[in-house]
Write a new protein. Structure first.
Lengths: 72, 467
């Protein structure tokens, strides 16, 4: 048994379709892919919120901000 | 060449590989850009030249003996039946290693006119494509050792890895008849192990003998971050490497072959593209998987490094590398997930090894190429378990143990010879620049000459203004 159903390559290629492993799990793969994508946005948003909060908390006097403006 | 179809196939194949060579040159533009971006300003020019001169040095040595090694050592020699394979067409004194058309040369034995018509035309571009893999393998090591390694030491290791060791591993595990493919079912279609793991192993050995940059570690042994001097330049370099990798992937394929071209092992009349093992795949398959694994790596890299540009781009590359072993066969979402998970482990390993073993890998080459490549080969052994590794009968099927053993072989083929050579070079004081020179910057003398020249020219021009 192989993970993609091919036992040897002595086949006529016009009779062969998909050759990726674990055929039949496409829906599961798509669900995992969607979870990865949505999860990425959730984590990224949290990280960006924390970063912005840290930026807001920094430089209460405004000196470093003025210096940053001077640097263009 | 007889027959229009044969002629078209040959000329198409010749042009196909030629285009991949041009594209793969971008990998080296990228490596140079990237390394110079990481190096501090006082090390720029030597950093650039250290990497750039690997190109001619590996080229001429790959012409002298590298290409011959690929064909001659397929059996080990002696690991499976037979010794060295006679490979006349790859010997540097052969007329076939030069301008040549389609005929059988006088004195060529066992070469049919049909073989001559195809192979003699393809030899130069096939050599060129493999050469670009060779230069890539050598170049990977260069970035890890910047700012303190002697250029001459790197160039010796570049030839050792680029023109001897990597092509030996390709002969064993990246050739349709390689003994690792026959006995172990080793599968590494786009070179996670045969290019990246060996280069990572070599970089690791070099770093162990070389030691860290001055100032990398605090008195208590904890590491300091030495940021790249120009992150934008680093990311442009990595973008260029991504671009060149399209050529790398295409060059790993045979673009068109008939069932007869695979000795009739594949039945029917359908022509196909194949991977290096002559099993069917397509440019569409690898396009899906290249882009999805790159995306998985970049997205995971962005999160794990909290948006750090250097690591996000590096993890994108690591994503591709970690899926490369099986990217001829994976489903695109499998490639994406592998490309996301493996780089996260490689990233964590990089900092663990840095803290624990005081290893100063300036560009993360061991992580991206070594850990990423090694794990990529191992993962392919599981995901592709039982898939036939070759169209030929009697070859082992792809399996976890075979790929794990193969991945270990790849790392050791890079690590062991590099470690020995670096130890020898170090014993002669030829491995590392003195600490004073490192602090001045390896470009110190060049800069002094430059500044003196500039001052003289400016003074001369100002003198003319006052007249």
């Amino acid at each position: 048994m192989s993970t993609n159903g091919m036992e040897n390559w002595a086949v006529d290629l016009k009779d062969v379709g998909a050759i990726y492993p674990f055929q039949g799990s496409e829906v599961l793969l798509v669900i995992l892919g969607l979870v990865f994508w949505i999860g990425w946005h959730v984590i990224q948003t949290r990280q960006e919120n924390a970063e912005i909060a840290a930026d807001l908390a920094a430089d209460r006097s405004g000196d470093e901000t003025r210096a940053a403006i001077d640097r263009y | 060449m007889e027959g229009n179809l044969n002629a078209l196939t040959t000329v198409f194949t010749e042009f196909y590989y030629w285009v991949t060579i041009v594209m793969m040159f971008l990998i080296h533009v990228g490596f140079c850009t990237y390394e110079v971006g990481v190096a501090r300003r006082r090390h720029h020019l030597k950093t650039l030249m250290k990497n750039a001169m690997a190109i001619p040095l590996v080229t001429i040595t790959f012409y002298f003996f590298g290409w011959w090694i690929y064909f001659a050592f397929v059996n080990g020699p002696g690991i499976v039946d037979g010794g060295l394979i006679q490979s006349n067409f790859a010997e540097p004194w052969s007329p076939l290693m030069s301008a040549h058309l389609s005929g059988v040369n006088p004195g060529e034995v066992d070469v049919t006119p049909a073989e001559a018509a195809y192979w003699h035309r393809i030899n130069g571009v096939f050599w060129g494509a493999f050469l670009l893999f060779s230069i890539t393998t050598a170049s990977i090591i260069s970035g890890a050792i910047i700012e303190r390694a002697r250029s001459g030491a790197f160039w010796i290791v570049a030839v050792l890895i680029g023109s001897v060791m990597w092509i030996l591993d390709a002969s064993w595990g990246w050739h349709p008849q390689g003994w690792m493919v026959r006995l172990w079912g080793y599968h590494d279609a786009y070179a996670s192990g045969v290019v990246h793991a060996i280069a990572g192993g070599a970089a690791l050995a070099f770093l162990i003998v070389l030691g860290p940059r001055v100032g990398k570690f605090r008195a208590d042994g904890t590491p300091r971050d030495i940021p790249p001097h120009n992150v934008w330049l680093v990311t442009v370099g990595l973008f260029l490497i991504y671009t060149g990798f399209w050529g790398f992937y295409a060059a790993c394929n045979i673009p068109i072959i008939s069932p007869e071209g695979i000795a009739g092992q594949i039945t029917g009349t359908t022509w196909t593209a194949t991977n290096i093992y002559l099993t069917p795949t397509s440019l569409s398959a690898i396009t899906f998987n290249f882009l999805m694994s790159l995306s998985g790596g970049m997205m995971a890299g962005y999160i794990i490094s909290k948006g750090d540009p250097f690591w996000t781009f590096s993890m994108g590359l690591c994503g591709v590398i970690s899926a490369s072993a099986g990217n001829d066969l994976y489903h695109p979402i499998q490639a994406m997930l592998i490309g996301a998970v493996v780089p996260c482990i490689a990233y964590k390993l990089h900092y663990f090894v840095e803290r624990r073993f005081k290893l100063d890998d300036a560009v993360g080459a061991v992580a991206v190429h070594g850990y990423g490549g090694f794990m990529g080969v191992v993962v392919a052994g599981f995901v592709l378990w039982g898939v036939p590794s070759s169209p030929y009968e009697g070859f082992a099927q792809i399996n976890p143990l075979g790929n794990f053993a193969g991945a270990v072989v790849m790392v050791l083929l890079g690590f062991v010879p590099t470690f020995i050579v670096c130890k020898i070079l170090n014993s002669f004081g030829l491995l590392r620049v003195p600490a004073k020179v490192e602090l001045e910057g390896v470009d110190f003398a060049i800069h002094k000459t430059f500044e003196a020249t500039v001052r003289e020219v400016m003074a001369a021009e100002k003198a003319l203004v006052n007249k």
